[in-house]
Every structure is written in C-alpha cells, then in structure tokens.
Design a protein around this ligand. Structure first.
Ligand SMILES: Cc1cc2nc3c(=O)[nH]c(=O)nc-3n(C[C@H](O)[C@H](O)[C@H](O)COP(=O)(O)OP(=O)(O)OC[C@H]3O[C@@H](n4cnc5c(N)ncnc54)[C@H](O)[C@@H]3O)c2cc1C
Length: 422
C-alpha cells in the first residue's frame, strides 16, 4: 500500500492536515488508535471552540464534526482503531488495526498525535498510593463520556485550563471542589477560565501552594497542602491536612513524542515536541508535524491552522522531493521568552504563505512590552503588546518575502526579544 500523505492522529490537527493535503491533490490516509475521530475534542463538551474559524462558540464535539463532514465529502481514507507502532526514516508506517498488521508506504507523513497529561509519578508527590488520584483529562472523559462520577470531595492540583474547566463541571454534577492549588504565584491557565470556572462557582484558588503528601489506605482520605516560599520550598510548619476522596492533577501536557523519538527526530527540550521549520517539516526529511504534538496550543483554531499548513506542505513534498533540505537558519530567543515555534527557517524554499510564529513567555508581565525579531544589526519586526502571560500564546504573522532577504543576506544571528516598556 502506498499513499502520498499518511496522517497519524485524527484530532483537529490531523483532520485539518488530511483535508488540506487532499485539496492539494494527494492520496491521503488518516490513522487513529481511537474508535472515533476527533482526538480529545469528543470529551470537551463545554463551549469555547471555533470562535475565529466558525465565528461561533462551539462545544468540542461539534467543532470536530465540522471537520469530519469535510473528510466525508472527500476521498480520504480514515482507519480507526489503528495504532501506529513504528515509522522508519524512509517513511514506512507499521500499523496494528482490527484488519491486521500492516506496513504502509508514505511519500510524506504528518505527525498529529497530540499530547498527554503529566501524572503523579512525573511530579513525585510523596505518600501512600490509594485509588482516587486522576489526571483532569481522565475525569473529563469519565464524567462527560462514560457518565460516572469518580468522587464526592475533590482537590485539584494545578491551575491549567483542563483542571479549571473540570472544577466547574464537577460542581455542576454535584461534586464539591474544595480547593484548586497552584505552586506558581500566577495562573497557568487562561484568565477567562479562572473567572468562568472558579470565581463564578465560588471555588477557592490557592496560589504558591502545593500538595506535599497524599494519605489513604484503599481510597484517598486526605491530602497535605503546604504554602511555598519564593524559592518554591514548602513552609512545613504551615502545612494543613484537608479531607477529600479524590485528587485531580492538572499539572501540564507533554507532546506525545514516542514515535518522534524512535524516528530520531530532533526534539525541542522546552516544548518537548519536534523542532520544525516554517513548513512544519521536522528534522527528518518528509516528516511533518502539527498541533499539540509540536507544542501545546491554547486555541483549537490555531491547531487547525497548523494542521492545514503541515498537510499542504506534506502534499507538496510528496509531489516533488527536491528543495526541501538545508540550508536553514536557527531562531533564537531571549528571556522572558520561553519557547518559539518554528525553531528554524528553511532558506532553500520560498512561498507566498505568511511566516507564522508562536511564542510563549516564562513569567507574566501585566504592562506594556515590545516584541521584536532582530538580526545582529537589523530589526525585522516589532510590535507592542499590552501584557504577556505564560498561559496565552503570542502569535505573529510575518511577510514571507523575509525568507528571500535572509537567503540573500543570511544574518549571523536571528532572535526574538521582549523588552519591558516601563
Ligand atoms: C485531556 C485533555 C483535555 C483537553 N481539554 C481541552 C478543553 O477542554 N478545551 C480546550 O480548548 N482544549 C483542551 N485540550 C487541548 C486540546 O488537546 C487541543 O486543543 C487539541 O485537541 C489538540 O489537537 P491535536 O489534533 O493536536 O491532538 P488530539 O486532539 O490530542 O489528537 C491526537 C490524536 O492522535 C491519536 N494518536 C496518538 N498516538 C497515536 C498512535 N501511535 N497511533 C494512532 N493514533 C494516535 C490519538 O488517539 C488522538 O486521536 C485538552 C487536551 C487534553 C490532553
């Protein structure tokens, strides 16, 4: 079996990539291990998806449905319950599906495997190991899809969006959320979720606090909550035990990068996802990546845009294998920036596509800053921003003719910078 483009993952990134690749004339196959398409969206039944793309406040399943409808209108093959076990650098995909075990050849591949949640073992909470400790996404699935409530009295660790959204959901379903506890001195999720999910439901948020111990024999019985000093050290004499039966962890998402690692793709140590260029091609020739597998997005609209970009260029790659490698220009950045995607610009190829960058900061700054893209002696872009927050990605679209400028006169250094205005 040979396809022009094989997309791994049928979430919003993968579905958008498949549609865009098909519309460029490619023969496309999507593979997903789940028994339904949509990725994480079918369990996100709250509104808030698609404001930019559809000018509507859609629930996750409806957002996914729009894309599925577009897939059904096209000759795109979609294999569900099909787990991709391995990919070779020559783009042979090994799949285990109900139909059997397959080796599929692809002219190009789009990785769109999404992300997974950090678990208790990754943040090392001491104590006993009773039942009742879940990631927020697991409880989202239990309540929204499987129709059962995993507890009565909840504590949530982490102020990420999924945790805050689940605090509201649990309250609506009759559970009690006693506290949301966050180690950092600021929210890690969006402010709008803090207002709509915690404040509106009277759920207390404890910043600069963490859980220092879990206690319980068969089931969680209580957790120890401790304030942290400026160096994030627990102030043990101020610890407090709080009775509860369930602990939810909302302590970060990590790109699903097992296949990327096995392929030898260069990963960004900050984002955890592949290093990509402006066409979303990874360091392995002909392997593209999009969505949360690259870095964690705030908005599903951006995930779909990224999928379309990767799908379009994967299809173009499949048609013409030339001109897709070095030379490239690495992009740097200075504190307080934490990550920048794409991390490099391929100079061998120019297109009409706007040059899109996504940036995240380390720490919030609640007054005006200036964002700049600089070479050693030149300024290529500058913009004022009213504030910057780690939870809110900065997105910037640049004129693609810049690539030609850099190709003609390669700057010795190209970097993003934020300066505080006051
Ligand atoms: C638990 C959780 C809850 C979330 N809730 C919200 C929310 O409430 N609101 C919000 O705005 N955003 C939420 N997000 C963010 C959300 O993930 C993104 O907005 C968006 O869904 C990312 O799209 P994606 O296509 O990159 O990944 P996903 O939607 O995660 O899709 C990835 C797909 O890849 C498949 N896959 C992975 N590995 C393989 C493999 N080896 N073989 C075959 N298939 C594979 C998976 O089965 C999945 O279907 C949540 C994320 C998570 C992890």
């Amino acid at each position: 079996m040979i396809y022009d483009v094989v997309v791994i993952g049928a979430g919003p990134a993968g579905m958008a990539a498949a549609i865009a690749a098909h519309d460029e004339g490619a023969r496309v196959l999507i593979l997903d291990r789940n028994n339904e398409p949509g990725g994480i969206l079918p369990q996100c039944i709250h509104a808030g998806f698609g404001a930019r793309r559809f000018k509507q406040d859609l629930p996750g399943p409806l957002y996914a449905y729009h894309f599925l409808n577009e897939i059904r209108k096209r000759e795109i093959e979609l294999w569900l319950e099909s787990f991709v076990m391995d990919i070779s650098p020559s783009r042979r995909v090994t799949v285990l599906s109900p139909k059997g075990y397959y080796e599929i050849e692809a002219r190009s591949i789009v990785l769109a495997m999404g992300c997974r949640e950090r678990t208790r073992s990754q943040i090392n909470i001491p104590g006993t190991h009773p039942a009742g400790v879940y990631t927020a996404g697991t409880v989202q699935r239990m309540i929204n899809r499987e129709n059962w409530m995993p507890g009565k009295r909840f504590i949530i660790l982490g102020s990420g969006d999924i945790g805050m959204i689940m605090a509201r959901r649990i309250t609506i379903e009759g559970g009690e959320v006693l506290r949301v506890v966050e180690a950092l001195p600021y929210l890690t999720g969006l402010r709008r979720n803090y207002v709509q999910c915690l404040q509106d439901f009277g759920i207390p948020l404890f910043l600069r606090h963490t859980i220092t111990r879990i206690d319980g024999y068969e089931r969680v019985e209580r957790v120890e909550i401790t304030p942290l000093d400026e160096n994030f050290c627990p102030i043990k004499d101020k610890s407090e035990w709080v009775d509860c039966d369930t602990l939810l962890l909302s302590v970060g998402l990590i790109p699903e990068n097992e296949l990327s690692r096995r392929l030898g793709i260069v990963l960004d140590p900050v984002t955890g996802g592949p290093v990509v260029d402006q066409f979303s091609q990874t360091s392995v020739y002909g392997i593209f990546a999009a969505g949360n597998v690259v870095h964690i997005y705030d908005l599903v609209d951006d995930v779909s845009d990224h999928g379309e970009l990767a799908g379009r260029f994967a299809a173009r790659f499949a048609k013409n294998l030339a001109l897709w490698s070095e030379p490239s220009l690495s992009i740097g950045w200075n504190f307080p920036l934490r990550s920048v995607v794409p991390q490099k610009i391929l100079l061998s190829k120019t297109t009409e596509e706007p040059l899109s960058f996504f940036l995240r900061v380390h720490t919030p700054w609640e007054s005006s800053v200036t964002l700049s893209l600089r070479g050693e002696d030149s300024l290529f872009f500058q913009k004022k921003l009213p504030y910057v927050r780690p939870a809110e990605m900065i997105s910037v679209s640049l004129d693609p003719s810049l690539v030609q400028t850099w190709k003609n006169h390669p700057p010795s250094r190209l970097f993003w910078e934020i300066t505080y205005d006051s």
